[in-house]
Design a protein around this ligand. Structure first.
Ligand code: HEM
Length: 174
């Protein structure tokens, strides 16, 4: 059971009511990949239960994400040559919110494969991609810390989020 900080006594959220759906081709590599990282529909339920907290802080996550990229000027050149921060903030917002929909299916996987191709085309190096992912994980841990009080629930949340981010990385860095 999740409790919102400052709101003890009132159950803000039950992760059991979150949506959690895995629908991938059986005996495919992806099915094995999910098995090997232990990503289950229960993890997706936990992830979906966190979505309202993520939505509330999405500007913080996305602003921080692009602020972090300022550490490496070549990344800004790639962005300005191919797009704009303003445009990418919108696509990243949508992407992160969807990550918390609690559904991993064919359309989820195909979308990630397309995003991977986009980043290959712009010549994004793996090390910068990984730095960006780590920043995302740290933002999400902050959000969990701010909103989930019970230790078991915090651990459950961090485990689930680390798995979905790991899946993202597997798909886009393949
Ligand atoms: C495009 C996500 C890291 C630069 C996109 C899109 C998404 C996305 C969802 C839109 C794709 C589309 O629908 O067309 C992510 C995620 C990242 C990441 C989740 C890592 C956690 C980076 C980094 C850079 C970057 C580190 C630094 C250069 C771009 C650019 C585009 C783009 C320039 C637009 C390419 C185009 O439209 O031609 N990214 N991105 N991304 N991303 Fe990333």
């Amino acid at each position: 059971m999740f409790f919102k900080k400052g709101n003890q006594g009132a159950a803000a959220l039950h992760f059991e009511s979150g949506r959690g759906d895995i629908n991938v081709i059986s005996e495919s590599d992806v099915e094995t990949q999910l098995k090997m990282i232990g990503l289950t529909s229960k993890d997706l339920q936990v992830i979906n239960s966190l979505q309202p907290f993520v939505l509330k802080k999405i500007d913080y996550i996305v602003d921080r994400f692009y602020k972090n990229l300022e550490n490496e000027p070549s990344l800004f050149k790639i962005i300005n040559d191919n797009s704009s921060i303003e445009r990418l903030k919108k696509t990243l917002t949508q992407h992160i919110v969807e990550m918390f929909d609690g559904i991993v299916d064919e359309s989820y996987l195909l979308k990630r494969i397309r995003i991977a191709h986009v980043h290959v085309r712009i010549g994004l190096q793996t090390k910068w991609y990984m730095c960006a992912f780590q920043d995302l994980l740290l933002s999400l841990i902050n959000i969990i810390e701010e909103n989930v009080t019970q230790k078991d629930d915090i651990l459950l949340s961090i485990r689930a989020v680390s798995k979905i981010l790991n899946l993202e990385q597997q798909l886009v860095l393949e």
